[in-house]
Design a protein around this ligand. Structure first.
Ligand SMILES: [Zn+2]
Length: 297
């Protein structure tokens, strides 16, 4: 019986082994070829994909390019708007400064006009300084009543009136004049009441600074005395030159001091205490000031 050989001869075994190796090598090469082909296909696919993507981007870039132009226009519009806004801000600021300067100039002109029309009316005494007093009638009260009535009339005439006091308070004489000088007022008129040991003495007399160097104080005093005597019918006394009265000596403007009557005279005191007579005195003083300032005297 043929006994099948359970083994290959070395020669045949080597052959088979060699053949098997060739098969494996062939198989490996085939796999390599397949892998290479796959790689090539993959590379081609990727390349094609990228090309298509580039085409898509390029195609999409057209409208994007148009938008860019539109965007460029919008940027230009924004730049122009900012420039316009800046010009508007500069223009507005310039106009604001010009407006402030015009307002400042108007205020200065108004202040100059007011100074040109400013007069100081000084109700003599006040507070602890009552002035002279007869029969319980204090001079300071009559002075204030008349001064306020003068102020009302002058303000109606368009003057700016500066009262050295508006109530029963004490204000130093030098302080009154300093305030008047600081306001560059046109004139200073102080209002007082007189007294005399001789009870029969009455009438109006006006004091002025004889050393003012211009004669304006005398002209002012004369205008006021003349008008006040005319409006009251009071006795006209003389103009009194004096260079030592504080309010006359210290003032930088024409100044005078009017004594509108004698409280020591019973009849005149009674008249001085009435509102009607005070109004007539005030009318005379205001008219005298207005005529002096208007150059009528
Ligand atoms: Zn007095």
């Amino acid at each position: 019986m043929y006994k099948r050989r359970s083994y290959l001869s070395p020669r045949r075994s080597g052959y088979r082994s060699q053949r098997s190796g060739r098969k494996a090598s062939k198989c490996l090469r085939t796999i390599m070829w397949i892998l290479t082909a796959l790689c090539i296909i993959l590379v081609c696919a990727v390349t094609a994909s990228r090309a298509k993507a580039i085409q898509v981007i390029a195609a999409e870039s057209e409208p994007v390019s148009g938008s860019a132009q539109d965007g460029g226009g919008e940027i230009a519009d924004i730049v122009r708007a900012i420039a316009d806004s800046q010009r508007l801000i500069v223009q507005t600021e310039t106009e604001r400064i010009e407006r402030i300067m015009e307002e400042q100039k108007a205020l200065e002109e108004q202040a100059a006009a007011e100074a040109d029309r400013a007069v100081v009316i000084d109700p003599g005494h006040g507070g602890i300084d009552g002035g002279c007093m007869f029969d319980d009638v204090p001079e300071k009260e009559i002075n204030l009543e008349i001064a306020q009535a003068v102020a009302e009339r002058l303000e109606k005439m368009g003057y700016t009136v500066i009262l050295t006091r508006t109530e029963d308070t004490y204000v130093d004489k030098a302080e009154r004049v300093r305030n008047a000088n600081s306001r560059n007022a046109r004139l200073y008129v102080s209002i007082h009441q007189n007294s005399c040991g001789v009870k029969s003495v009455e009438g109006i007399e006006t004091w002025y600074d004889e050393n003012d160097g211009t004669g304006e104080s005398r002209r002012l005093a004369q205008s006021i005395q003349q008008e006040t005597v005319g409006s009251t019918g009071a006795v006209e006394r003389k103009l009194v030159p004096d260079s030592e009265l504080c309010v006359l000596k210290m003032s930088n403007m024409p100044s005078c001091l009017i004594e509108t009557g004698f409280l020591s005279n019973k009849e005149e005191r009674a008249r001085l205490c009435t509102g009607a007579y005070q109004e007539r005195i005030a009318e005379g003083i205001a008219q005298g000031i207005d005529q002096y300032l208007s150059g009528a005297v």
